[in-house]
Ligand binder design. Structure first.
Ligand code: WTA
Length: 659
């Protein structure tokens, strides 16, 4: 985000002064009651200690926190099994027949899975992984569609103390390979494919391609989901139904240290190499279960929660799998896309399962707005009582639409700010307490300390904008970057002394409430997915025709930001006409291959030169102005000020419509 962006956002928000108090009935019985903020603030560490006692510990913890900046340990000496907490303890308490998941496949097939069922599936999978040689501490890679076996595999890993790394099914073979190598994985769990947009979409071929560069992987466990033709490597590949299903459904969970690694999730940073964000067990589970209970006001006996996100992202980990299951909730899980077979699919699902808590991303809400309110209006959405938003700043217009059309003006909206690194929600309204403002994430969750600071790290005053920082450790925080403690320190803890810098800009309004303004670094946010400009540039210049590339995030009405690339080609002439168009198409495909379809640039402009400073740095700020069709900012440090104008004059081409 450039300075001009944040100023624009700031002034736009100054005009927003609507406020919505909680519905009285919800407030009266809300899990979080007024007083909770003061109670937590009196001693945040002790407050988190009390939340942790909601979990089942095999060995009680001693000290709640050991903080040696930037390294935290939570719940010292405590031992627990995450999978036991998500499954067995509910079954033992007589809730085995309660539904854990209503699963709906895209073609319309369904599965109802109780806590007892899920415990049996997980026990079998844990026995199978053990038979494949997986031991505590080994990293298992998961590359799967949105099917129950994905959850089963995650929990089986957790049961064994073997951290998992789930790689989003939309990532390419190359991205998968990079992650497998980075965490030295020996076992991969995948499926033949999954259903998307009405067709079977293969996954296994990407695994096969990735594994050509991963000689140490000895076993690939494959779920048969679509039944499509699947290439097979004898000795390495094994069908899930052959290996998992015959196993015993008894498995004794071992208790692990509270700091046992639970998972690694890769996310984009400001360099080309994705960061393996490490989360551990006791603190993470405490954080996600507490936030899920209090922010979504979860009543496990009666609610049906639908976190409509992919399990391959952190939102799926924390609020489809670990938070809801630790709380004994009933969830909906849907495999496919919102417009299959038609644009009413989501609302059919809400009506069918009587979903009461819906959690999704602003980009999806804006898509539904575009499709028209008559579509949800034709369904019975009266079961909904609370709505959530996550992934990017939600614009007031989308917020109001969500409230009116989906929430029928009587569901509180919780706009929840957090990151892969934070593990769980940190800034959010509480639904029975907060009078919400359209577009504001409002206040730090109880027990969380956040501040908005200026360039020098000093807190800004009311009505001012700056950088969002976290000033105290929190239980779900990342414990580091896999294999790279120095990068962990440099990335998060060096910009502002003593504080975690999130990379986001924020504004504190006159009441002290927080409004998130988007990224301030070179990380774009495309439909709520983080992609670094450097990563895409890296992919572009790996193409033989490309000399240099500069990538920026441009404003986009649906996806929040869209990727725009400026590319200079090797040789002397700029490619124009049909040849140029063919190259642009080839480059978009190339990026999809290198990273995944989500990273495909919306537009690529071929240009003879890029604007550079005298010292040779590409001035992305100017390219952002160009991409957003804004007045150019200061150009005095440019080596050749004519370059930007000629790029602008050439900008008629390069458009492409598909995502
Ligand atoms: C952005 C997703 C504004 C932010 C859970 C953050 C948000 C990045 C919000 C993390 C929100 C997430 N309001 N911005 N409510 N939620 N963001 O790691 O820029 O995929 O840094 O985690 O998304 O994205 P990530």
């Amino acid at each position: 985000m450039s300075d001009s962006d944040s100023e624009l956002a700031l002034s736009a928000l100054l005009h927003e002064n609507r406020q919505f108090p909680p519905p009285a009935a919800l407030a009266a019985s809300a899990n979080a009651q007024p007083g909770i903020y003061e109670e937590a603030a009196a001693d945040p560490v002790a407050w988190w200690g009390r939340q942790a006692e909601e979990l089942s510990w095999a060995e009680p913890f001693g000290a709640v926190l050991e903080w040696d900046l930037p390294f935290a340990k939570w719940f010292l000496g405590g031992r627990l099994n995450v999978s036991y907490n998500c499954l067995d303890r509910h079954v033992e308490a007589g809730r085995g027949e309660k539904v854990a998941f209503f699963w709906e496949g895209e073609p319309g097939d369904t599965r109802v899975i109780t806590y007892a069922d899920l415990r049996s599936h997980v026990a079998r999978a844990a026995n199978a992984l053990t038979a494949l040689g997986v031991r505590a501490g080994d990293v298992v890679a998961i590359y799967m569609p949105m099917i129950p076996e994905t959850v089963v595999t995650m929990l089986a890993c957790a049961r064994l103390g073997a951290p998992h790394t789930v790689v989003f099914g939309g990532f390419s073979a190359d991205a998968l390979k990079g992650r497998i190598l980075d965490c030295d994985t020996r076992v991969v769990v995948t499926a033949d494919g999954g259903y998307r947009r009405g067709a079977a979409s293969a996954l296994k071929p990407n695994v096969d391609e990735a594994l050509e560069g991963c000689p140490d992987v000895r076993a690939v466990l494959v779920v048969r989901r679509t039944g499509q033709e699947t290439a097979w490597t004898e000795g390495r590949d094994q069908w899930w139904h052959d290996v998992v299903e015959p196993q015993s459904d008894e498995h004794e969970p071992e208790a692990f240290d509270a700091e046992q690694p639970l998972y690694i999730m890769y996310t984009s940073g400001t360099t080309a190499k994705p960061k393996g964000i490490l989360h551990t067990s006791g603190g993470y589970l405490t954080h996600v279960s507490t936030t899920h209970r209090l922010i979504f006001d979860l009543k496990p006996e009666t609610d049906v929660v639908w976190t409509a996100a992919d399990i391959g992202w952190v939102t799926g980990h924390s609020y489809i799998v670990y938070g809801p299951l630790a709380n004994g909730a009933t969830s909906v899980m849907y495999e496919g896309t919102p417009d299959t077979p038609d644009r009413g699919r989501w609302w059919d699902i809400v009506e069918k399962y009587r979903v009461s808590i819906l959690y999704t991303a602003p980009t999806t809400i804006r898509t539904f707005m575009k499709w028209g309110e008559d579509i949800p209006a034709r369904r019975d959405l009266s079961s909904l009582r609370l709505l959530g938003s996550v992934g990017e700043p939600i614009n007031p217009e989308a917020w109001m639409w969500y409230r009116r059309v989906i929430g029928r003006d009587n569901c509180p909206i919780v706009d929840t700010w957090w990151q892969t690194e934070t593990g769980g929600i940190l800034i959010t309204p509480l639904p029975g307490i907060t009078a919400t403002k359209p577009g504001a994430a409002m206040t730090p969750f109880p027990g969380i300390s956040a501040e908005v600071v200026d360039n020098h790290g000093d807190a800004v005053g009311p009505g001012e904008g700056g950088y969002l920082v976290l000033t105290q450790p929190w239980p779900g925080m990342l414990r580091g970057i896999w294999g790279d403690p120095q990068r962990y320190l440099d990335t998060y803890w060096s910009r502002f002394a003593g504080s975690y810098f999130a990379g986001d800009g924020a504004k504190k309004d006159e009441d002290g409430d927080l409004w998130l303004l988007g990224r301030v670094d070179d990380v774009m946010n495309i439909s709520g997915h983080r992609i670094s400009t450097t990563e895409v540039e890296h992919a572009l210049v790996s193409h033989p025709s490309v000399a240099e590339a500069a990538v920026v995030g441009a404003a986009d009405a649906t996806t929040g930001q869209a990727i725009v690339a400026f590319v200079t080609v090797k040789g002397t002439t700029i490619d124009t006409g049909a040849e140029g168009e063919a190259l642009v198409a080839a480059l978009r495909e190339h990026v999809a291959r290198e990273i995944g379809p989500i990273a495909k640039p919306r537009q690529i402009f071929l240009t003879p030169d890029l604007p550079k400073t005298r010292s040779g740095k590409i001035m992305r700020r100017l390219l952002r102005d160009v991409a957003d069709k804004r007045e150019l900012g200061d150009t005095t440090t440019l080596l050749d000020p004519g370059v930007v104008n000629s790029i602008r004059d050439n900008m008629s081409g390069g458009e492409d419509d598909e995502g």
